[in-house]
Design a protein around this ligand. Structure first.
Ligand code: ARG
Ligand code: ZN
Length: 479
């Protein structure tokens, strides 16, 4: 009601303004309303506080589309960070205000298009009041700082976000809901954007981020590393890794083999002594390109840190805990994170509940690597092993994981077996054509389980309703 009244007042004001001009023809409110451009008749309302993720309704925001994040971070050896974020976006409705997701930190200044604006902080929401017509580009600039604090994820029973290791290294683990604990963001994979990073660290430290290292500027006491991610990226895949004595190490062999730049960010002791499997990156890219189509980005590599027990597929620079890299099974985790660059990063979920589209596919890549190394019989044996594991664990349906345990074993193991079953059902030609068509059609975008099923049916000509119903949604593991 209030909105209607406000709109009415606006039109009356417009009408009186117009009748005061030299043309004295009486003009009714109704006439004005029909002669104004269509969008100006739409009331200005706040953008929604979420994008409609069924599992995590607070993530992301409505009413605008981010184009670019420019993040400038200055890290001090005392552990504190000073940051400037410049976010350019386009309004997708007439906005009276909008939200960003952002938690923690002290905000020193916030402007929109250069003007100071009214804002308030409400939990994980930063609520900004500012009028922006639909279709207009606008720029939000924030200065903030503090000592980075991890946050409790809604999806995993651990704290994630900006973490610190025992050697003082700093790194980001943001999947699925912690990007907004280190930069203000529209924190949902459905709003991808390009990124630039400027990371200033004490001299002797290395600061890495996603994409291409475009510039390094040194002063006596600091070094600033400029990074650029030119392909669209979901906020949760943005990363920063900082380490005293860490080095960016080119892998010329893999670069040559894969035809794209391979570089790793390693602690000093691993620089001359990296695990053998790390040099297989190029060969892995070739094997996965054969199965999935062209590698979707311009670089790849991993960053290794202590104080993290897992691995995470940050775009073009996956993060690995040292224990993972030194484990005998490293090469399988390595090919897994690499596979996420296609499935997870280029093709991202539209709903977090569809996480099997990331984890099942990346786990299936481990099977492809075994098949490449040891042949079809070894693939079948590994499928039998994992089927047994899945049966004993009594994994539930992979397409409906618990929201508070999103990365459970089912989305990985049973998720991979969905693809094994599909491959058996439709044969290798249609199966790999399905993977490549899906990767190409949804590249740099988002897809749903139904989108994948549609590609599989269209490519194979089979009716796959039963196969997917039982494998994805049935409680029992099908035979
Ligand atoms: N996507 C990651 C993987 O490659 C795991 C993510 C779950 N863990 C986390 N700390 N977010 O399997
Ligand atoms: Zn994974």
């Amino acid at each position: 009601m209030k909105r209607v009244t406000a709109l009415g007042l606006l039109l009356v004001a417009a009408a009186s303004c117009s009748s005061g001009s030299s043309d004295s023809t009486p003009t009714s409110v109704a006439t004005i309303a029909t002669t104004l451009a269509p969008t100006s008749t739409v009331p200005f309302t706040p953008g929604a506080p979420g994008v409609g993720d069924v599992y995590y309704p607070g993530l992301g925001n409505g009413g605008y589309d981010v184009q670019h994040y420019g993040l400038e971070l200055t890290y001090d050896a005392d552990g504190s960070v000073e940051a400037d974020a410049a976010i350019t976006a386009v309004a997708t409705q007439n906005l009276s205000g909008f939200n960003l997701d952002f938690v923690g930190w002290e905000i020193d200044e916030l402007t929109v298009d250069g003007s100071e604006v009214t804002f308030l902080r409400d939990g994980d929401e930063l609520v900004i009041t500012h009028r922006i017509p639909s279709g207009e580009h606008f720029k939000i600039e924030l200065s903030y700082g503090g000592t980075p604090q991890p946050m409790q994820s809604a999806a995993i029973p651990i704290a994630i976000g900006w973490l610190a290791g025992p050697e003082g290294e700093q790194f980001v683990v943001a999947e699925p809901d912690a990007a907004h604990s280190w930069f203000p963001s529209n924190d949902h994979p459905t709003d991808k954007a390009t990124f630039t990073f400027s990371i200033t660290v004490p001299a002797g430290f290395m600061g890495a981020a996603n994409g291409e290292l475009t510039d390094v500027i040194s002063s006596e006491t600091t070094t600033t590393y400029h990074w650029s991610m030119d392909a669209p990226m979901a906020p949760y895949l943005a990363t920063v890794v900082i380490g005293d004595g860490w080095e960016l190490v080119e892998d010329p062999g893999s670069t040559e083999t894969a035809g794209l730049q391979i570089r790793n960010m390693l602690p000093a002791d691993l620089v001359g002594d990296a695990p053998v499997a790390l040099a297989q990156t190029g060969e892995m890219i070739n094997v996965l390109e054969e199965a999935f189509g062209p590698y979707p980005f311009d670089q790849y590599g991993i960053a290794v840190v202590d104080g993290f027990q897992h691995a995470l597929e940050n775009q073009t620079l996956s993060l690995f805990g040292r224990t993972m890299v030194e484990a005998p099974f490293f090469e399988y985790v390595h090919v897994h994170e690499l596979a996420h660059q296609w499935f997870g990063n280029s093709v991202s979920v539209a709903q977090w509940s569809d996480i099997w589209l990331n984890e099942g596919f990346a786990t299936f890549a481990e099977l492809l690597w075994i098949e490449h190394l040891f042949g079809a019989e070894a693939y079948r044996e590994e499928v039998a092993n994992r089927t047994e594991v899945t049966r004993i664990a009594e994994y539930g349906p992979p397409a409906t994981p618990p929201p508070n345990d999103l990365f459970n074993g089912s989305v990985y193991q049973r998720g991979a077996l969905v693809l094994v079953a599909l491959r058996e059902e439709i044969g290798d030609d249609a199966f790999f054509a399905t993977l490549r068509t899906y990767a190409e059609r949804y590249a740099d975008g988002n897809a749903t389980t139904d989108n994948f099923i549609a590609v599989a049916e269209e490519t194979s000509g089979h009716d796959l309703t039963d196969l997917f119903a039982t494998w994805l949604y049935g409680q029992e593991l099908p035979r």
